[in-house]
Write a protein that binds this ligand. Structure first.
Ligand SMILES: Cc1cc2nc3c(=O)[nH]c(=O)nc-3n(C[C@H](O)[C@H](O)[C@H](O)COP(=O)(O)O)c2cc1C
Length: 236
């Protein structure tokens, strides 16, 4: 099917190589403004966004990069995931992680090259604009759902406007440095960062596109109630 939103959802990708071309703040404001129309539970609109560009963005990257390169271990303000991965999640994340390193010619056992590539996160992959998405700490999981919807709206509109993005949870490991530098109050949690800018279409890294499992791997169509557990699920 060929509808504009279908196209945008398929074409949006996590971009990890940007041109130095700055992004007009008015354009970013327009994107954040339109994303306000994302749904949220009882219209609570819990998202809080911090934007940084220019010299301030460079200085922040330098501070985090200094800590990272000196081996200051990142720590998380919240639990993002399972401590012990299992399939199918483990299979998917390995295919993506190893897939990216293979694409870049980085051997699985080349820890230094992997460390440096992961560290590119803290330069926003050279994107001129960085966004940080926060929530008030005491809001429940519903607010995290709302924020995810807001963020995907931002990314789709950015794509529509000719921009590229990469959501970056990597930043939350250095939340202390970021919250201090940006004046983010203690009562807020830094959920994730996001690089935003113009894609460097010649960058080899941007040619990597991880696969997705099929709809049949997650959809169950229920045609009768209390389904027989021994019957295989109906797939479409
Ligand atoms: C919440 C969230 C956090 C992410 N954090 C990072 C990150 O720190 N660094 C990174 O390079 N990619 C990050 N990604 C991008 C994912 O790796 C990417 O979405 C996934 O591999 C699918 O690829 P695609 O976005 O290109 O379709 C993140 C994505 C999400 C949704």
């Amino acid at each position: 099917m060929d509808y504009p939103v279908f196209e945008a959802v398929r074409a949006r990708k996590s971009t990890r190589g940007f041109l130095p071309k700055p992004v007009d703040r008015t354009l970013i404001h327009n994107i954040l403004d339109t994303a306000r129309w994302a749904p949220s539970g009882t219209n609570t609109q819990p998202w809080l966004v911090y934007m940084i560009d220019g010299a301030a963005r460079q200085k922040l990257s330098q501070r985090i990069q200094d800590a990272y390169q000196q081996g200051v271990p990142g720590e998380m303000e919240y639990t993002y995931s399972l401590s012990q991965w299992r399939d199918p999640y483990q299979r998917r994340r390995r295919a993506t992680g190893f897939g990216l390193y293979n694409h870049l010619g980085i051997a699985r056992d080349d820890k230094e090259a992997r460390f440096q590539q992961a560290g590119r996160n803290y330069d926003f992959f050279d994107a001129p604009t960085g966004l940080f998405f926060c929530l008030e700490k005491d809001l429940g999981p519903g607010a995290w759902l709302d924020l995810g919807l807001y963020m995907q709206s931002v990314m789709l509109m950015a794509h529509d406007a000719g921009l590229a993005t990469c959501p970056q949870q990597a930043f939350s490991s250095y939340y202390g440095i970021i919250k201090q530098a940006l004046g983010i109050p203690e009562a807020q949690i830094l959920v994730t960062g996001m690089a935003m800018g113009y894609e460097d279409k010649d960058a080899h890294i941007n040619k990597f596109r991880p696969e997705r499992d099929e709809v049949a791997d997650f959809l169950t169509v229920v045609e009768e109630l209390e389904p027989n557990p021994n019957k295989s699920p109906i797939k479409v």
